[in-house]
Design a protein around this ligand. Structure first.
Ligand SMILES: NC(=O)c1ccc[n+]([C@@H]2O[C@H](COP(=O)([O-])OP(=O)(O)OC[C@H]3O[C@@H](n4cnc5c(N)ncnc54)[C@H](OP(=O)(O)O)[C@@H]3O)[C@@H](O)[C@H]2O)c1
Length: 170
């Protein structure tokens, strides 16, 4: 089976700091919600814990949390300890998608396992101080990735940074 991946990153692939996001971009949050709603989302234990309790599990989505700790409890979510277990909780024949939603360790794990055939990347046009980065993907030789620009968003009073959303498929 294959999964989609969705991420928002700064100019240097930065995605987080102190187990939090680096920006508040309601327009990108809306895109994330609309894209993943109705589907399954898979996240690392740290990403799960970074979501305020009142917002988790992410509504209208099956939430799967990955932790090496088999005793770990995430209320309202399924806990797995190996990416391979996704298949047990996911019907690949349905029209539902499986979305890898981070953080960095889980993106790395999914890319290394060759699990990803679709990526939604929000490129924020700014640099940020960060401690967590999206893994390096060599876009130059494309590695079979086909690029489709979905939309651009200018900054405004509610969205302090401009960004571009691109979809990659292979
Ligand atoms: N900008 C974005 O789009 C975006 C998206 C998501 C997250 N983020 C940010 O990313 C940061 C969190 O990312 P992170 O890389 O620190 O953590 P993470 O990937 O969310 O979670 C790491 C945890 O996943 C579990 N894990 C890792 N490898 C595993 C394996 N091979 N098998 C089983 N479990 C495994 C471990 O949990 P245990 O320690 O419990 O074993 C590990 O501590 C935060 O700052 C968050 O805000 C940004």
């Amino acid at each position: 089976m294959k999964c989609s991946l969705i991420v928002a990153m700064g100019k240097h692939r930065e995605i987080g700091k102190d187990n939090d996001l680096l920006w508040r971009l309601p327009r990108d949050m809306k895109f994330f919600k609309e894209t993943t709603e109705g589907h399954t989302v898979v996240m690392g234990r740290k990403n799960w814990e970074s979501i305020p309790e009142k917002f988790r599990p992410l509504p209208n989505r099956k939430n799967i949390v990955i932790s090496r700790n088999v005793e770990y409890k995430a209320e309202g979510a399924i806990v797995i300890s190996d990416l391979k277990e996704i298949e047990e909780h996911f019907n690949a024949d349905s029209d539902k998608k499986c979305f890898i939603i981070g953080g960095a360790q889980i993106y790395q794990l999914a890319l290394a396992a060759d699990l990803i055939d679709e990526m939604y990347i929000t490129q924020v046009n700014e640099t940020f101080e960060a401690d967590t980065y999206f893994p390096f993907v060599n876009w130059d030789d494309k590695q079979g990735w086909e690029e489709e620009k979905l939309f651009e968003s200018e900054k405004d009073e509610k969205n302090p940074h401009s960004f571009t959303v691109t979809k990659y498929t292979r």
